[in-house]
Design a protein around this ligand. Structure first.
Ligand code: GLP
Length: 240
């Protein structure tokens, strides 16, 4: 795993945007795997700047997001669909038909997951998958457990994740208890993985990523099996 340790959040955001930009410049029809959460917001801002400066063209880019709460409507301002529009899609020239997010209001969530996984497979490999990391080491919404799922699936959120994400909702009871998420296998199929972590609250999860053990109790440790992972983090996430 290649590691880049940054002094500030701004530095993380710029370094991450550079990684994405170089892929799009080399391959205008690139497929990006995208993440939500507070960590990638600065990276999206940098990508918007690059688009506005004429440095990047998103017209042929395809995106697949990692996950979505379930159930949730697209209009809910806490849905990841809303998040992506507000933080990126509404500000760049991406074609709406090329953006993909699991449908949090699908009447049959299992069928929705199967459809999503199939669409990713048919599209061909994701060129770069952006990941944040949960305090408990989750990636996407692959929560710690006795086993992990390989493909896109519906999952229960852990108390720790509901707690951590409650800050975005009016109250903790408003946080959906389930989510649709790419599986660990879906994530590991990406050609390159860009993991972003900022702040001391991520230190424990990042430390587990840096030793030589793999455990389903810390899902991010499965990334050690991937040959092309870049970790971009700040000093607090890295050193504690
Ligand atoms: C959510 C998302 C993850 C994200 C995590 C961390 O649970 N499903 O994809 O990595 O939050 O979020 P933050 O970056 O806000 O700490």
């Amino acid at each position: 795993m290649k590691t880049v340790i940054c002094k500030t959040y701004e530095e993380i955001s710029k370094a991450a945007a550079e990684e994405i930009a170089s892929i799009i410049k080399e391959k205008p029809k690139a497929t990006l795997g995208l993440a939500t959460g507070s960590t990638p917001v600065g990276m999206y801002r940098e990508l918007i700047n690059k688009y506005e400066n004429g440095e990047l063209d998103f017209s042929e880019v395809t995106t697949f997001n990692l996950d979505e709460y379930y159930p949730i409507s697209k209009d809910n301002d806490q849905s990841y669909d809303y998040f992506m529009r507000k933080n990126l899609f509404d500000h760049i020239n991406i074609s709406q038909g090329k953006t993909n997010i699991p449908n949090g209001s699908a009447s049959d969530p299992i069928a929705e997951c199967e459809k999503y996984e199939k669409k990713i497979e048919e599209n061909g490999a994701v060129d770069i998958q952006v990941l944040g990391i949960g305090q408990n080491g989750h990636i996407g919404f692959n929560e710690p457990g006795d086993y992990l799922h390989t493909v896109t699936h519906i999952t229960d959120l852990t108390e720790s994740t509901i707690n951590a994400n409650a800050r975005f909702f009016e109250s903790e009871s408003d946080v959906p208890k389930k989510a649709l998420t790419m599986g660990i296998g879906t994530i590991l199929k990406a050609k390159k993985i860009l993991l972003l972590a900022n702040g001391r609250s991520k230190h424990e999860a990042i430390s587990a990523l840096l030793d030589d053990k793999i455990t389903t109790a810390i899902p991010a440790t499965l990334l050690k099996t991937h040959p092309n992972v870049i970790l971009i983090c700040d000093e607090e996430a890295y050193y504690g």
